[in-house]
Design a protein around this ligand. Sequence first.
Ligand code: ZN
Length: 415
Amino acid sequence: MKARYNYRIYPKSHQLEPLAKAFGCARVVWNDALWLYKKASIEGQPIPKDVDKLVITQAKKTKEREWLAEVSNIVLQQSFRDLQTAWNNYFSSLNGKRKGQPVGKPKFKKKQSRQAIRFRKGGFRVHSQSVKLAKIGHIPMVVSRSLPSEPSSVTIIKDCAGRYFASFVVEISQPIPQQTTKSIGIDLGLTHFAILSSSEKIENPRLHKKMLRKIKKANRRLSRARKDSNRRKKRQLRLAKLHAKVKDQRTDFLHKLTTRLVRENQMLAVEDLNVSGMVKNRKLSRAISDAGWSKFKTMLAAKCDKYGRDLTIVDRWFASSQVCSCCGQSGGKKELDLREWTCLFCNTVHDRDINAAENLNRWAGGQSDQNGVHKRLEFPQATTPHKNERGSKCQTTVVAVCDEPSTTYKQLSLF
Ligand SMILES: [Zn+2]
């Protein structure tokens, strides 16, 4: 299987200019090619043949684009190929040939956003403390861990905060995970980031919220700076650095959590949350985005795949907080401020969130460590909802107005 290995690189001052040129030329090739594609598409013409020759080889001969010859040709070719892939992916996603999330139309690249160039074999070489790039030279690299195999390509990235990274694509063998029979249900929330069926509650770090005061201040200062001034650039960088820090902290938190969960359990169950629908709620969108549920699920899925674990995505309409995880009887709707309740059928006292996590665990076929009930619970809500019934596809702008993700919009009536 393929994996990416990322390293921070520190270009020397004389390498900054050739790097900037390479980023710029790759961007121009992408934009020129995209313009030709779009033009053909609007006019209803077939896409002209050999666009790469038009935007690279032919363009180098013109006065406006003669500087394209100053950078490595590999970078330009790769930039064009990336656009081709993006364009094809967009259309196959549109006709339904490509499965999964819909792919957006390729966009024109901007000078201010993140920049990237890609080198393939022959265009780069890895050394113990550096990476050598064609027409740029040796760039010092912090090798935090050694590469497992010969990389097939490297992407050099400059992010908005002005940091440089090298991202290698390498072939890795599937790791042999520790044998375990444990299973776990994970209920995601905002008060706590995750509540596990093992009764553990994981704090929500609220990283963006902690940085919010600084971010707001940086934003205010930026808005007061004159357009195109050096001061504006400086303040832009300051803001970008704050955002980058939050992103890094969140990635770190999510990596550590998902790795631990995947390492310790064979069966994992999470709820299928409609995150993109939930962030439409203006009151909660910031808190939901800050939590990083989507990233958590992506990471969890990737790691389960890597380590051969079973991940179950539990139906969005499964009422995980209503059913008693002990006897499987539905206790009806619970008010949101009700944190603890007693089951009327078996007299078990439940913590609301842990009960929900335990239900998710059971749904996936896992068994509780505490009481060892083997029965897989049958839940009537699992079937596809009928038209007009709860859970059917219907248009609603506000999807959740409460502080936990397991919300169905019936619960909106509470507010
Ligand atoms: Zn019960």
